[in-house]
Design a protein around this ligand. Structure first.
Ligand code: HT7
Ligand code: ZN
Length: 868
């Protein structure tokens, strides 16, 4: 497959200001006629190159005259008109497609009773011949014609112009949609089907009324109000915080069962994975409700950061994704708890993005080349991209950052922009009143091009006489594939000093920009021992920190730091130390006792007013993070260590945990977001007590599975999962029986079953794939079972390699029908080099098994990167 390079970018030599699409849905196929108004942008003659995949070409007409076959050439992926007119002309192409046998879930495809589309990144070329690149912006007018009974709902982007039966055939009807905003083809969408609609209304600040329509399968209407409420909250927030208002008369969301990712921001016609729409507190956990709220907001926020201002090319992907993730993170932080949201995001970054950035698929936020663009919808583009925006925000402050945003929107509205356009607008807007930027902008941009997680090493010198703490700070980014050496980055480091009564003095923001530099904190209390240092507060940069911190200092910060993120970090440091020591079979008993005492105090003091934050402090670091800290990653050992530590804590803290459980029960019934902290604490308590063998807790957990709260039901199942007992089987069985008719919820059951450690685990997983309710065409179901297998260490990492081989076989088969899902999942093998020899060899054999199969370009690209 060809490599696409950023350096090769050239503007498209034609403009296409208007496109009319005529979509006629027949029993077995769809006929598509596209009329494009084409304006050559150059005075020299160049061929017109259009993309097209799996399209059956019928005819080509220019300005009303048929184009002879020798005037064009057609390959499996391109249509080239050798000598198009040099003046504006109309190009009409008629083709047909077969959405009913399209299993890739790109372009137009069938899902349950509907036809639906997914055009990002390059799906439009599966619908009609088109340049299919994001810098070609057009106004679309779309006519859809279909059978009235089978497809009563006909949707596309923009405003509905008309809808009604066809005069020539009253069994059929048509709808005409017009989108006044020029958009790239990847934002085109079309839905036809038998859907039910739930409506709401929103009044914008300027007084316009917007009709909000949510379309779901028959019977799913009762589960729509949470998504609709979330949309209204997002619309209000974007007006209030960014001054950005919605720009059309209606906003549609469609829930689709078969979807490769979470959701898609098509202009005014968002298409969502149904698991990110259908929810209430009985059938979704608190975490899922929050996730739905944030994804609905994310897609809505794209209307400005992505749609009104789009990307010039796919190398700019983080321009819209990083910025929109930053916006959705801020939204959730504003609506709920800033501290808890930041902790959740940092934890996720460490366990997914840092892992990616230290492995074979590491890439910059702005890659310079790719083979399959679908492979670049990664945590680096999204979450690390958001961290870069956050650092700009930290460096400039809210007001100046917003001034930069306003300039960016004003300057680039209606265009396809680059990350440089964004950065320069932010800097210019922030300095509009003559202020200095305070850091080197070109150097800051290295963050976009340099992959890998920087390590910041801090050595401290304490001058007790002068009360000065000097920090020798150095930064180093390890080599990553294709980037053997790195240059220093601009790293914002937020610092404060913590004494026995809390923070001493003001917080300080230091800009690191050298390989090594020295920072002095002066006028501190002159005492023999240095004060505790709260560093990288709020996780002010996406780095790993190397600094000697004593247990005393960590405990002091855990108790007294006024930045909740740094406080949590102090606790994480202790958890890491304890878990890794146990994994080395050198349990640090004195430290364990001290942490248990600190946790006991946190419970009994009752001083923590936010139960969600308390639950964060009790949360152990993730497996990926611990594996990264081991010289030789040992997932099985770590899995056992988690269980043994929980069990020890369950015994050690039995009384305070019972006490905490009792207090938490009082708020079990509170409606989300109220009560979520207590439900989180309940899950934690159950899990520790169940691991410690508490039979009463097991009984309570089984009851919760049949109770009114999905959060508690799932917490109960998680607590029971690692414990081999009858209650575990009973709980899983009742969960299945209760939810067997709800595919979205049943995916959770598939995932739980697949990740439950059992001696015949692989056999059970094979049976799940043959289960009558398993839908092999639904990526959610595939991810549930195979993702469950990958997170089941004893089964996946079985020493005979059976888990790896089975996974490879399955992925080869899935790749035949759905390359996007397969190439994302194949990364379960990406850490193979970090394991001990026997496991490493077995995983390597599985990668070879994949490499010797016939693979899609997407999966081939990832597998090739993983090979030594
Ligand atoms: N912008 C959307 C990305 C997306 C996507 C990409 C490739 C293949 C399928 C896809 N579905 C959605 C989602 C977002 O970031 O908002
Ligand atoms: Zn997005």
């Amino acid at each position: 497959t060809a490599t696409t390079r950023l350096a090769d970018y050239r503007p498209y030599p034609f403009q296409i200001p208007n496109i009319e699409l005529d979509v006629v849905v027949e029993e077995q196929h769809i006929a598509i006629s596209s009329s494009m108004q084409i304006e050559p942008a150059l005075t020299t003659k160049v061929p017109l190159v259009l993309q097209g995949l799996n399209l059956e070409l019928d005819s080509i007409v220019i300005n009303g005259s048929s184009v002879p076959t020798d005037a064009y050439s057609l390959s499996s992926s391109e249509l080239v008109l050798h000598q198009p007119p040099i003046h504006p002309f109309e190009l009409k192409i008629i083709c047909r497609i077969d959405p009913f046998n399209n299993t890739s879930l790109e372009g137009l495809y069938a899902s349950e009773s509907m036809l639906t589309s997914q055009c990002e990144a390059e799906g439009f070329r599966r619908i009609c011949f088109h340049p299919d690149r994001p810098d070609v912006l057009s106004r679309y007018r779309v006519r859809i014609e279909a059978d009235r009974t089978r497809y009563p709902v006909l949707l596309s982007n923009g405003n509905l112009v008309s809808k009604g039966p066809l005069a020539k055939d009253p069994m059929r009807h048509e709808a005409i949609w017009d989108d006044p905003y020029p958009k790239p083809a990847y934002l085109f969408a079309l839905v036809a089907g038998a859907l039910q609609e739930v409506q709401a209304h929103f009044k914008t600040t300027s007084g316009r009324s917007v009709l909000l329509r949510l379309h779901v399968e028959n019977g799913d209407e009762p589960y729509t109000s949470h998504a609709l409420d979330s949309l209204k909250k997002a619309m209000t927030w974007d007006e209030k915080v960014y001054g950005l208002e919605y720009d059309l008369d209606e906003y549609n969301i469609v829930a689709v069962r078969h979807f490769n990712m979470g959701a898609m921001e098509n202009k005014s016609l968002n298409i969502f994975n149904s698991k990110l729409v259908l929810a209430d507190s009985e059938c979704a956990t608190d975490g899922e409700l929050e996730r739905i709220e944030s994804v609905v907001a994310h897609e809505y926020f794209h209307n400005w950061t992505g749609n009104r201002i789009t990307c010039r090319d796919w190398f700019q992907l983080s321009l819209k994704e990083g910025l929109t993730v930053f916006r959705d993170q801020s939204f959730t932080a504003d609506l709920h708890s800033k501290a808890v949201k930041r902790i959740e995001d940092v934890s996720m970054l460490r366990n997914t993005q840092f892992r990616e950035d230290s492995g074979p698929t590491s890439h910059p936020v702005k890659p310079s080349e790719y083979k399959a663009i679908d492979n670049f919808y990664t945590t680096t583009i999204y979450e690390k991209g958001a961290e870069l925006i956050r650092m700009l925000h930290t460096l400039l402050g809210q007001q100046r950052f917003m001034a930069g945003m306003a300039l960016y929107v004003q300057r680039f509205d209606g265009t396809a922009a680059t990350t440089e356009d964004f950065i320069h607008s932010i800097a210019e807007g922030a300095c509009a009143n003559g202020e200095q930027l305070g850091f080197d902008l070109d150097q800051f941009q290295r963050w976009y091009h340099q992959s890998g997680t920087p390590q910041v090493c801090v050595k401290r010198h304490w001058d007790s006489q002068g009360g000065t703490l000097t920090l020798e700070v150095s930064q180093f980014t390890p080599p990553t594939p294709g980037q053997p050496s790195k240059a220093p980055l601009v790293i914002p480091m937020a610092l404060a000093v913590i004494g026995p009564n809390g923070r001493i003095g003001e917080e300080k923001l230091v800009v690191l920009d050298q390989d090594t530099q020295s920072v002095s904190l002066r006028d501190l209390p002159r005492q023999a021992k240095p004060p505790a240092l709260s560093i990288f507060r709020r996780f002010s940069a996406p780095i790993t920190l190397q600094m000697d911190v004593s247990v005393d200092e960590s405990l002091q910060l855990l108790a007294l730091d006024d930045d909740p993120v740094a406080r949590w970090e102090a606790g994480q440091r202790l958890w890491r130390k304890i878990l890794l020591a146990r994994a080395r079979k050198q349990a640090d008993k004195p430290l364990e006792e001290r942490l248990a005492l600190a946790l006991n105090q946190l419970i009994t003091s009752g001083g923590e007013s936010d139960p969600s934050f308390l639950a964060m402090l009790f949360g152990m670091p993730g497996l990926a993070e611990l594996e990264a800290a081991q010289d030789v990653a040992d997932p099985l050992m770590l899995y056992q260590v988690y269980q043994s530590l929980k069990s020890w804590l369950g015994v050690k803290l039995s009384d305070p945990l019972q006490n905490l459980l009792e207090r938490s029960r009082l708020n079990w019934g509170a409606q989300w977001p109220a009560g979520q902290g207590e439900r989180m604490l309940t899950g934690l308590t159950w899990s520790w007590l169940a691991a410690a063998g508490d039979c009463e807790v097991r009984k309570e957990a089984v009851e919760a599975v049949n109770g009114p709260s999905m959060s508690l039901a799932r917490a109960a199942l998680r607590a029971l999962q690692p414990v081999e007992c009858n209650e575990r089987d009973e709980a899983l069985k009742s969960f299945y029986e209760r939810w067997q008719d709800r595919p979205v919820i049943l995916d959770t059951w598939f995932a739980l079953e697949a990740s439950t450690p059992r001696s015949d685990g692989l056999e059970q997983i094979k049976q799940l794939l043959d289960h009558p309710r398993f839908d092999p065409m639904a990526p959610n179901a595939i991810r549930a079972v195979l993702g469950g297998l990958a997170s089941n260490p004893p089964v996946f990492h079985a020493i005979d390699g059976s888990g790896y081989n089975f996974m490879a076989d399955q992925l080869i088969a899935i790749d035949q029908r759905n390359p996007i899902t397969a190439s994302r999942m194949v990364k379960v093998f990406s850490r193979w080099q970090t394991y001990a020899p026997s496991r490493k060899e077995a995983m390597h054999r599985a990668i070879d098994q994949l490499a010797s199969a016939e693979l899609s370009a997407n999966t081939r690209e990832v597998v090739t990167l993983m090979q030594p």
